[in-house]
Design a protein around this ligand. Structure first.
Ligand code: BG6
Ligand code: MG
Length: 216
């Protein structure tokens, strides 16, 4: 294919924030009187903050809460999460991520972030990665969650590139589906048994070169 843009999910593709989400959700669950496992955390990859909270409360058998109570809990978790991510350093960028995004730009391929996270701007700033992306679409600017393609379609449109010329990099099943739903190719970051709908699956951005993209 003629690749004109690469759109990257953030969490699990550029940086591994899952451990911080896990610690913050676990603290909240424990405060509410139940436990939260790493296996459950896996199921929250790519899932928005509110949707994650609803799942967790369900696992803890917590009955209906008002919108106000839900917001309070989500804000509490986010405050703990933000406390942790503000201490992140560029050393936490996943192997090969910075190099691959830079190589795309050097080859004339446009780059964007397409993430569900409302904390995207602070994470990119902390890691010193903001200037590497031509467009940033995140949880602050989209309304429909993945697998809806909105986040990636918006990214492609900001870059002025047709979906057929875009490749999305994603670690979540819903993210791969979002890319496909938007008419884009998808490279999965993770395990082929999990990311079955991806056009190709690699373990990380250190496992691919810009030259290989034309064969996707
Ligand atoms: C996704 C993560 O990228 O962003 C999810 O994979 C997270 O785990 C979601 O819940 C929303 O993040 P935030 O930072 O807006 O709470
Ligand atoms: Mg992700």
């Amino acid at each position: 294919m003629d690749v004109k843009a690469c759109i990257f999910d953030l969490d699990g593709v550029i940086v591994d924030t899952a451990v911080y989400h896990y610690r913050a959700w676990k603290r909240l669950a424990n405060e509410l009187g139940f436990d939260f496992t790493e296996e459950q955390n896996e199921q929250l990859k790519g899932v928005s903050r509110m949707a994650s909270l609803k799942l967790i409360l369900g696992w803890g058998n917590i009955g209906h809460l008002s919108d106000e109570e839900m917001n309070k809990l989500a804000n509490k978790k986010n405050d703990w999460y933000v406390d942790m991510i503000t201490h992140m350093t560029p050393a936490e960028i996943l192997p090969g991520a910075k190099e691959f995004v830079s190589a795309c730009r050097q080859a004339g391929i446009k780059t964007a972030i397409g993430s569900a996270s409302k904390n995207t701007p602070v994470i990119l700033e902390k890691l010193g990665l903001t200037p590497l992306f031509d467009a940033i679409v995140d949880g602050n600017s989209v309304s429909a969650p993945k697998p809806d393609p909105e986040v990636f379609v918006k990214g492609a449109s900001l870059l002025g590139v047709a979906p057929a010329n875009c490749i999305v990099f994603e670690d979540a099943v819903a993210g791969i589906e979002a890319a496909r739903n938007g008419g884009m190719k998808a490279i999965g970051i993770g395990q082929p048994e999990v990311l079955t709908k991806a056009d190709k699956v690699i373990s990380g951005l250190d496992q691919i070169s810009v030259d290989q993209l034309q064969y996707i």
